[in-house]
Design a protein around this ligand. Structure first.
Ligand code: COA
Length: 198
């Protein structure tokens, strides 16, 4: 395994059992706005509520710019057999030297609980370790976010520590769990998962 990150020239398409992941486009903005303006989902994801769908232009530009800077990768999540995205998933590089990134994922409420998030996270973690060259992926979730915690455990993440909420903070007042998945700790079954990408 390379000791440096092999950042791609284009966002790679990844194909799994229930979903495929592809580059974000302008067509994904309306679905982004519907998700991002859902107050419960926004709090769980740690994202601010957008004022208007026009902010989707900046949302897309920001992801493209961070990709160009080799700072992050973000995919649209599309259920197999469809062309419309139902969510996004991404990796933000938090340490190039230590080959570490943070996982983020949001799916629209209408598609929660269908296994889509788990399928997408398996694709991204598989790609991250076998092709991108990450050594470790972290994920920070609100302690009360049971769906996200369960998703991470299913994909092989382990609880690293609790990040206590700050009662004096306006934004970070809730307890969070920090989960970690290391390339060395993946089981052979996790490494064999059905990952195909172009
Ligand atoms: C968290 C999220 C990405 C999960 O995606 P999803 O496609 O709904 O997840 P899956 O269908 O793959 O389900 C994952 C597991 O969580 C379980 N789960 C779902 N909702 C649950 C809940 N409210 N309580 C407990 N478990 C729950 C599912 O049953 C499944 O476990 P199982 O296979 O053992 O039954 C999605 O709910 C979401 O986008 N939420 C809002 C934003 C968010 O929280 N993002 C993550 C921030 S870290």
């Amino acid at each position: 395994m390379s000791q440096t990150l092999l950042f791609p020239d284009a966002v790679p398409a990844l194909f799994g059992d229930k979903v495929y992941l592809r580059e974000l486009t302008e067509d994904d903005v309306p679905a982004w706005f519907a998700r991002a303006s859902d107050p419960e989902s926004a709090v769980l994801a740690g994202d601010p509520l957008p004022d208007s769908v026009e902010m989707g232009v900046h949302w897309l530009q920001r992801h493209r710019e961070r990709f160009r800077q080799h700072a992050a990768l973000r995919w649209a999540i599309v259920p197999t057999g469809s062309t419309d995205s139902v969510g996004t998933i991404g990796l933000t590089i938090t340490s190039k030297a230590e080959r570490r990134a943070e996982l983020g994922i949001v799916i629209g409420r209408a598609d929660w609980g269908k296994g889509i998030g788990t399928s997408a996270a398996r694709l991204v973690t598989g790609y991250a370790f076998s092709t991108l060259g990450l050594a470790e992926i972290q994920a920070e979730v609100l302690r009360r976010n049971l769906a996200s915690r369960r998703l991470l455990e299913k994909v092989g993440f382990h609880l690293l520590r609790t990040i206590p909420g700050d009662p004096h903070s306006d934004t970070n007042f809730e307890d969070c769990f920090l989960f970690v998945l290391s390339s060395q700790n993946r089981t052979p079954a996790e490494q064999r998962r059905d990952i195909v990408w172009s």
